[in-house]
Design a protein around this ligand. Structure first.
Ligand code: ZN
Ligand code: ZN
Ligand code: FE
Length: 753
């Protein structure tokens, strides 16, 4: 007979943990209590056989829970008879908010059951599913602290909420048709509510209309994905970018009609996080080109809120929807009804609103499979704000991230919390989103940063914001060093690594733009040991939008004054115009207009343009992605490259560019030339790393930066390094692109303090 006090931290609130403890203790005849605290969950159990209770406890915990620490302490007996669930206690420590969880099978079943009292109710949820992070204003995660506070539970819902044996026991967003949120459909002068609203939205979608649908973390713009006119209209209205639209399908069978789905990909689609999964499109499917122009992959997700599921009521509905973020070009996704009316009325024909407020905006996550692992393109809804364990204690810090695909990162003790996708820091709205999310996560995790990390780029919004903050120590951390740090943090690499950071651009600090970098990186500093040879970037940032400008720079690099003739031979002059070519070649000679760049992204884009694949990027990475898609499998050829000098060594691909132009001119297919180019870069990376390994003895190799989202490249570099007996590491918890920078900054900053 004894009494234990048990304190548990981790994801233990809002995931059915207390009912689980309650049922578990009662079944074993134990007395005591359980309650939520700000630190997690606290319980006291009294009775016999407590040790076996503890053992079974960990293995039986609810599926959504994640126990980080479990501390026990023996205390005097109190003679309790019953086991009870007590009200929460706010004891001043931090805890976690669970991420938003896709609707569970039980809830979906009830929603489709005409005999159930929640038949057709779009806000059904239980302790195993439903909104969490997006509706929580502060911890502890209890109903009054969520946007559900506005809805008073009806007696039926209250009974479920209070019944420890019910699936909705203390399910904070618990609601029904009688007492909970409801939908509203607005189309011109028509206003409909509840079931009629959903039916009207479905009917409009079926007839080709665009509906702005309020979901979990913001609005989507929805259209019937198989209606070519509707999709084209949406693409025109939204912006001219070619970026692929995300798709929502009612089930995996439907996804299979359009894309190839492996078992692992199916598991990802069905997972509780319900991310967008990038899948290879089937050859003979008939989706309109405007859904995803010129790319081999399609991004699919399954309905993750009950309202989404109701948009697919069967035969009378579209079988596939485009679900793209409801926002004005570069602004954050819209989350409020008023803002939706104001900003989306030019884009949507009608609105499907609801009256449950979204507190935290959170975009859809995007993932893909590579080999036997999942890689993140965007880590947001379903994953944030889950903690990324750092495996060691350390000070509380804030890392502000980079300006493209911004995220920030807070740390406390062993935990890193990386924010959801904030977006490109180029307007006031995005900066505001950054600030409000930061305030929220600081409050939730009770973090007061002792120091702050930021990028070195003086013109980054994130840098300028950091430098404006008072009363906190600030450290600039080089962009590519931070990329490498993100993998060190994830993989727990404490010693020196060879870091290969390939991306579009990052501030170098030496007057050139970096992006093809080989660093020997330690936690307290790095040396730039090699880089791709720098070439002028004619027109600066404009060259990043226009790969043909960069391609001309490579032609000029190769042919000098004969570049004009080369541009003519390659067909470039015909495509972009003689005057444009002449201007760019002129600008290229002016160093103040044409900074030098070693950016690997720029090299890939140039080759894309030289091979006639893409001359323009309508979104970041487009030309390089299209080039990867072209690369023919089974092609083993390579082109010449050259490594010269040392510390830093320079890797020149001039020979490769010359050889690929020759290939292209002599009838070698674009696919083979693209593959040979990829093979060449892979070989150069492996060779450069081999040399650095020989010089330093370091065997841990980090591959990161946006260019390493290229699977063709990864699939060659990783085995190449392994064959040398080295240990390659890639990003597994955060994206390899600039969204991963904040984690790396935070990790490295903690080592500096
Ligand atoms: Zn559920
Ligand atoms: Zn109710
Ligand atoms: Fe980068």
């Amino acid at each position: 007979m004894k009494r234990l006090r048990i304190r548990i931290t981790g994801v233990v609130q809002g995931v059915g943990f207390r009912p689980f403890v309650y049922g578990f203790a009662r079944a074993r005849g134990l007395a005591g209590f359980v309650r939520n605290s700000s630190a997690g969950v606290e319980l006291e159990v009294e009775g016999e056989g407590i040790d076996s209770f503890l053992e079974a406890f960990r293995s039986g915990a609810p599926p959504l829970s994640d126990i980080v620490t479990l501390e026990t302490e023996e205390i005097p007996l109190e003679g309790d008879r019953e086991f009870a669930i007590l009200a929460s206690r706010d004891d001043g420590e931090s805890t976690c908010i669970p991420p938003d969880v896709g609707t569970c099978g039980d809830c979906l079943g009830e929603m489709k059951d005409p005999a159930d009292r929640r038949f057709g109710y779009p806000f059904i949820n239980c302790t195993n599913c439903g909104p969490r992070y997006s509706i929580t204003r502060k911890v502890p995660y209890d109903r009054p602290n969520t946007t559900m506070a506005a809805f008073e539970m009806c007696p039926d819902c209250r009974r479920e909420y209070d019944d420890p044996t019910d699936r909705r026991f203390h399910a904070q967003p618990n609601a029904c048709d009688v007492c909970g949120p409801r939908t509203e459909f607005v189309h011109d002068d028509t206003r409909l509510f509840g079931k009629a609203a959903v039916e009207a939205a479905v009917a409009l979608l079926r007839s080709g209309g665009t509906v702005a649908v309020k979901g979990i973390g913001g609005y989507h713009l929805a259209v019937d994905a198989e209606n070519a006119d509707a999709v084209s209209r949406l693409r025109e209205r939204k912006r001219r970018s070619n970026k692929a639209f995300a798709l929502m399908a009612p089930d995996v069978d439907c996804v299979r009609r359009f894309a190839v789905v492996s078992d692992e990909e199916e598991a990802l689609l069905l997972s509780m996080q319900k991310p967008v999964v990038l899948l290879r499109r089937r050859e003979n499917q008939s989706l309109p080109e405007a859904v995803a122009p010129g790319v081999p992959d399609l991004g699919f997700m399954l309905p993750y809120s009950p309202l989404h599921a109701l948009l697919f009521p069967g035969r009378s509905s579209p079988r596939l929807l485009v679900m793209t973020s409801g926002n004005l070009s570069e602004e954050p996704v819209v989350k409020e009804n008023g803002a939706a009316r104001e900003k989306l009325s030019q884009l949507a024909d009608a609105f499907l609103h609801h009256d449950r407020e979204i507190f935290m905006r959170v975009d859809d996550s995007v993932v893909r499979r590579f080999g036997n692992q999942t890689i993140f393109i965007r880590r947001s809804r379903g994953y944030v704000p889950s903690v990324i364990p750092l495996g060691e204690d350390g000070p509380q810090v804030l890392a502000c991230g980079a300006d493209l695909k911004n995220t920030f990162c807070l740390t406390s003790g062993e935990a890193a919390v990386v924010s959801q996708h904030i977006g490109d820091m180029e307007n006031h709205e995005t900066l505001e989103f950054f600030e409000e999310t930061l305030e929220n996560l600081k409050a939730v995790y009770r973090i007061t940063p002792a120091a702050m990390a930021h990028d070195l780029h003086p013109r980054y919004f994130s840098t300028r914001w950091a430098l404006e903050q008072n009363g906190v120590e600030k450290h600039g951390i080089q962009h590519h060093y931070a990329h490498v740090g993100s993998v060190m943090a994830e993989a727990g690499l404490k010693d020196a690594v060879i870091g290969v950071a390939l991306d579009g651009s990052g501030y170098g600090g030496d007057g050139t733009v970096w992006g093809g970098e080989f660093l020997v990186a330690r936690r307290n500093g790095f040396e730039r040991r090699a880089h791709f040879r720098a070439v002028p970037m004619p027109g600066g940032e404009a060259a990043a939008r226009n790969p043909w400008q960069m391609a001309l720079s490579y032609l000029a690099d190769l042919h000098g004054e004969a570049a004009m003739a080369a541009a003519e031979n390659s067909g470039m002059t015909e495509r972009v115009g003689r005057t444009a070519v002449e201007n760019v070649l002129k600008i290229r000679k002016n160093r103040s207009l044409s900074p030098l760049t070693s950016g690997a992204g720029r090299l890939f884009e140039s080759v894309s343009s030289l091979l006639g694949v893409r001359d323009v990027n309508t979104f970041e990475g487009e030309a390089a992605m299209a080039l990867e898609a072209e690369a023919a499998q089974g092609e083993g050829g390579t082109y010449p490259y050259d490594i010269h000098g040392s510390d830093p060594a320079e890797i020149s691909f001039s020979g490769a560019v010359a050889a690929l132009l020759k290939d292209a001119g002599s009838g070698v297919s674009c696919g083979r030339a693209a593959a040979r180019f990829h093979n060449t870069v892979s070989a150069a990376v492996v060779e450069m790393v081999r040399r650095l390994h020989n010089e330093t003895g370091i065997a841990d190799v980090v591959l990161t930066g946006g260019v390493f989202q290229n699977r063709y490249l990864l699939a060659r570099v990783i085995p190449g390094l392994s064959a040398l007996g080295l240990r390659p590491h890639i990003n597994a918890r955060v994206p390899a692109n600039d969204a991963g920078i904040s984690l790396g900054q935070a990790f490295l900053l903690r080592s500096l303090l």
